[in-house]
Design a protein around this ligand. Sequence first.
Ligand SMILES: C[S@@+](CC[C@H](N)C(=O)[O-])C[C@H]1O[C@@H](n2cnc3c(N)ncnc32)[C@H](O)[C@@H]1O
Length: 248
Amino acid sequence: MKNINSLYLQNADLYNAISNDRDFRLQAETLIKTTSSNCKRMVELFSGQGMHGLELRKMGFDCVAVDSSLDMKRSAIDAGNYDDNSYIIGTLPFFQVPQNFSNFDAFFLLRYSCGYLNILEFNELILQCKSAANKGASLFIESHSMDTIYQGFQNLSIVTRTTSLGNDDVSCSWPSEQPVFDPYSHTANLKVSIRVNNDIINYISRENFHSFELIQFLAIKNGLKITHHSSPDYSKAFPGSIISQIFF
Ligand SMILES: C[S@@+](CC[C@H](N)C(=O)[O-])C[C@H]1O[C@@H](n2cnc3c(N)ncnc32)[C@H](O)[C@@H]1O
C-alpha cells in the first residue's frame, strides 16, 4: 500500500483527473463574494494543480500557489494555471511571501487539505497567514462536516468518482473501506483505491478531521474573528463541506 503523497509527488495528473468533480468557477466566485471589497492578492495553499487560482486569475486577481509537489507544479504550469514564479514549492505550514509579492488579502485552504495538518501545524498555519495578511484579509478553510465522519463517509457524495484520463477509464473510492481511527485523536487512516482501466492502485491517506469548533478555538486563541458559511450559495458551491472564514 502506497502513501497518498506518492500520488501527489509522482502522479499529479491522475489526482487532477479524479478531483475534477467541482465547479471551480462557482467556488471561486462564491468565496470572492465574502472577501473585503479591496481584495487583490491571494494565495492558494495546498494548491495542487491550482484550478481555483486559474479562475481567480481569470477574474483579475493576483494569485500565488504553495504546494510541496514538483509534479503538481509541473501540471499547473503545463495547464497554464501558474508560471514558475507564482507557484512556490514549500512544505506547509511554513511559507514565505516571495519578494516580488506584497502581503495577501485572501488565503484559500480547500478540498479538505487542512486534514494534512495536525492541530499544532494548523495553529502554525494560522500564524503564518496572520503574519502575511493585509488588514481585512481572510483565510477560507474547507473541511469535512463532523456528521460525514461519524457516518463513516457514507453521506459524502464524492466517495466514488468515475472519470477519464486521456484514453484511460479511471475510478476512485476515497475512502474505499471504513476508516481506521486513531484512539487518541480525530485522525484516521483512509484507504484510497484508484482504478485505471484494469489496474488498481491502493493508497493510505492519513487525515486529521478538524471540526469548526476546533478551528474557532484556534482563531479565538490567536485573537481572530471567525464565521462559517451555510447560505444557499455556499451550500451549492461546496455541497456537504464546512467553509470557515477567519478574519485578520
Ligand atoms: C487533496 S490535494 C488538494 C489540492 C487542491 N487544493 C484541490 O482543491 O484539489 C492536497 C495537496 O496538498 C499537497 N500537500 C500535501 N502535504 C503538503 C504540505 N505539508 N505542504 C504543502 N503541500 C502539501 C499535495 O501535494 C497536494 O497537491
